[in-house]
Design a protein around this ligand. Structure first.
Ligand SMILES: NC(=O)c1ccc[n+]([C@@H]2O[C@H](COP(=O)([O-])OP(=O)(O)OC[C@H]3O[C@@H](n4cnc5c(N)ncnc54)[C@H](O)[C@@H]3O)[C@@H](O)[C@H]2O)c1
Length: 273
């Protein structure tokens, strides 16, 4: 059994992770920590039975909770600032982390990679754990290689509660396309376009626009538009529910528990794409 610690069980993703974790025969949820719903049973939050009757612990007591419950893997869907603190505590306790939280800083990524090696605790970090999105990344790269002379634009839409612009998934898509084209993101990416006269530079090697929409309860839409004079291709992924992310995260928990190489893995590696 994989002993799992859930960070952020009160959130939209956290509740689903609690549900899938509690229902999974290979996983034993041993602890859950948040800043809200402290003392509440996770079975109530997730509307499923919990043989261990776990309650939400105060994240300020994380070190003590880890020492009492000795998790193998921690899963984090919280806020970037919180994940950056809590996942460092976890890795320093040799816990293997699956981090779905987006908006992590470059400084954190560099420090966390060192900790992963120092404490022999491989991790999975992915801005989008859905299987379909990771196949979308692969196809986006293949199309970019064929259509390197075309114009490429990336569009993303999410619910109004989303805190980070632009989405981690759109930025990963941009990075993958830039790597395929052999250009640097900083040189070509245009984040939206301000009002007023301005011509777009022709061709994706010179400019790639990213545009974001925040409206209603959209779970997550991503489009890559490849256009040339007279024709265009649109590659589109739409998440219908958060289940695709949560089930991908549970797959990542099982993967990282067994992972031999000490490194930070992506979902593409988890899915062997
Ligand atoms: N990687 C993916 O596939 C994927 C998919 C969906 C969402 N996300 C990301 O996951 C994160 C969470 O999304 P959500 O929609 O569940 O958000 P949410 O706002 O519903 O939930 C966030 C949770 O974090 C908790 N929290 C805040 N500070 C905390 C702290 N210091 N310690 C522990 N918990 C704390 C909140 O109380 C809340 O329960 C976001 O960064 C989002 O972009 C990633």
């Amino acid at each position: 059994m994989i002993k799992l610690l859930i960070l952020g069980p009160s959130g939209s993703m956290g509740k689903l992770i609690c549900k899938l974790g509690l229902e999974d025969g290979e996983i034993e949820v041993v602890a859950a920590c948040d800043v809200s719903n402290i003392g509440q049973k996770i079975s109530k939050l997730a509307s499923v039975e919990d043989p261990n009757d776990i309650t939400v612990g105060n994240v300020n007591d994380l070190q003590k909770i880890i020492e009492e419950t000795r998790p193998d893997v921690a899963i984090d869907f919280t806020l970037a600032k919180a994940a950056e603190i809590n996942c460092k505590i976890c890795v320093k306790n040799n816990i293997r982390c699956v981090i779905g939280t987006t908006g992590l800083s470059q400084d954190f990524m560099e420090e966390f990679e060192k900790l992963v090696n120092e404490y022999n605790a491989p991790a999975v970090i992915s801005a989008n754990m859905a299987t379909g999105v990771n196949i979308f990344f692969k196809i986006a790269s293949i199309l970019a290689a064929y259509l390197a002379d075309w114009d490429i634009e990336i569009l993303e839409a999410h619910h109004i509660r989303k805190r980070d612009n632009y989405s981690g998934t759109s930025l990963t898509t941009a990075k993958i396309i830039c790597d395929t084209l052999g250009v640097e993101m900083d040189d070509v990416i245009k984040y939206g376009r301000p009002k007023g006269p301005a011509l777009r530079k022709k061709g994706a090697k010179n400019e790639i626009g990213i545009h974001c929409i925040r409206a209603g309860d959209i779970i997550g839409d991503h489009v890559v538009l490849y256009a040339a004079p007279g024709e265009r291709i649109e590659l589109k992924h739409q998440a219908h529910s958060r289940n695709c992310f949560a089930s991908g995260a549970i797959t990542a928990v099982k993967f990282v528990f067994k992972a031999k190489e000490i490194k930070i893995y992506t979902t593409r590696e988890v899915l062997n794409l």
